[in-house]
Write a protein that binds this ligand. Structure first.
Ligand code: NAD
Ligand code: IPM
Ligand code: MN
Length: 349
């Protein structure tokens, strides 16, 4: 196997802690010579030291790597140390936008024996196993808005959601393909009863592209009702497709009902392969538990399975998935440290 170059951005808080365990798993499954890891010191500390968030020179270097592994960035919500969103927008979202990460893939699966807040009758004998295809480069995340009369009682602030036919179609098409290769069911989540402009576009394209996939059964749910469905009947979902912000919200709930945010992996995929894709846990920097060695690295490790799949090594991806499944099933409700979990999973590889 030839060596692939992986850029590693541990970031802030628990980011570097979980990323170390992810790389441990990657090396355990692929051997020491498959990947060349290049560390990038980016995040809160770099900004505080130099005022830099993501220098253009770094962005240029990252463009040529085979994949990016990211831990998490950001300070505690409400912290005054870093302006809110500076790192999230200037680093994480900048990478997603610059590298055209249109498909933000977020699988959720409830493994046997894993503690869940869902009632036993909701999950017993049911297969809770779905994937959210979240649009990653448009919507309310474009920074399309502004504020006038800022700071006055007459302030007017706007955030305008950007939805292009091109962007919506490519993510919906991706979701149909995934549904076709899974259980043949696709649900669109939106709010077209209120967001009539963007909602009509999503609806129209969902229907049009659906004609090419007659074997895929479809459903539409308003996003609010979907929150109920995820708690009372999550087994109904196979593939979910939705916009950037709805996808952000729905995937935290999806994580919570399938064993917790510490298990939720994600891939930011550039569909054309022109730019590197990026692999990261769904969770953030968790400042409340940073430095304590108790963050669950499973999400970061599972993200490495998504990376391996993307780099054309599905057999290695499956090994990571199997090791994670075996470990979280064996864990039950017992608590382990970050490195213990990393060692247990690497030990199975
Ligand atoms: P968060 O995901 O960091 O934490 C939410 C809760 O989940 C906390 O109670 C935390 O302790 C817990 N948690 C998160 N990851 C965990 C893990 N691996 N194991 C065990 N518990 C875990 O969300 P937040 O508190 O809203 O955000 C904290 C910071 O992270 C903010 O600055 C936010 O902007 C940023 N953030 C970054 C990313 C990213 O870089 N991809 C994602 C989400 C949030
Ligand atoms: C996520 C995060 C990011 C998002 C933030 C930190 C910009 O919440 O990856 O889910 O909203 O996409
Ligand atoms: Mn989120």
């Amino acid at each position: 196997m030839t060596s692939a170059k992986i850029a590693v951005i541990g970031g802030d808080g628990i980011g570097p802690e979980v990323t170390a365990e992810a790389l441990k798993a990657l090396t355990a499954v692929a051997g020491p010579d498959t990947f060349e890891f290049v560390d990038y010191d980016l995040g809160a500390e770099r900004w505080q030291r130099t005022g830099e968030v993501l220098p253009d020179s770094v962005l240029g270097e990252l463009k040529s790597v085979d994949a990016i592994v990211l831990g998490a960035v950001g300070a505690a919500p409400g912290s005054k140390a870093i302006p809110s969103g500076l790192l999230e927008r200037g680093l994480l979202l900048k990478l997603r936008f610059a590298f055209d990460h249109a498909v933000n893939l977020r699988p959720s699966k409830l493994y046997p024996g894993v503690p869940t807040p869902l009632a036993p009758h909701i999950v017993e004998g049911r297969n809770v196993d779905f994937v959210v295809v979240r649009e990653g480069t448009e919507g309310l995340y474009c920074g399309n808005g502004g504020s006038v009369r800022t700071g006055t009682p007459q302030e007017l602030a706007t955030e305008v959601s950007v939805n292009t036919a091109y962007g919506v179609e490519r993510v919906i098409r991706d979701a149909y393909r995934r549904a076709q290769s899974r259980r043949g069911h696709l649900t669109l989540l939106h709010k077209h009863n209120v967001l009539v402009n963007a909602g009509s576009l999503w609806n129209r394209i969902f229907t049009e592209v659906g004609r090419e996939f007659p074997d895929v059964e479809t459903k539409y749910l308003h996003i609010d009702a979907a929150m109920i469905a995820l708690v009372v009947d999550p087994a109904q979902f196979d593939v979910i497709v939705t916009d950037n912000l709805f996808g952000d919200i729905v995937t935290d709930l999806a994580a919570a009902v399938t064993g917790g945010i510490g298990l939720a992996a994600s891939a930011n995929i550039n569909p054309t392969g022109e730019f590197p894709s990026m692999f990261e846990p769904v969770h953030g920097s968790a400042p409340d538990i940073a430095g304590k060695g108790i963050a669950d690295p499973t999400a970061a490790i599972s993200s490495m399975a998504l990376l391996l799949d993307h780099l054309g090594k599905p057999e290695l991806a499956k090994k990571i998935d199997d090791a994670v499944t075996a470990d979280i099933t064996a864990r039950g409700a017992d608590k382990f440290s970050t490195t213990e979990i990393g060692d247990r999973i690497a030990g199975r590889l």
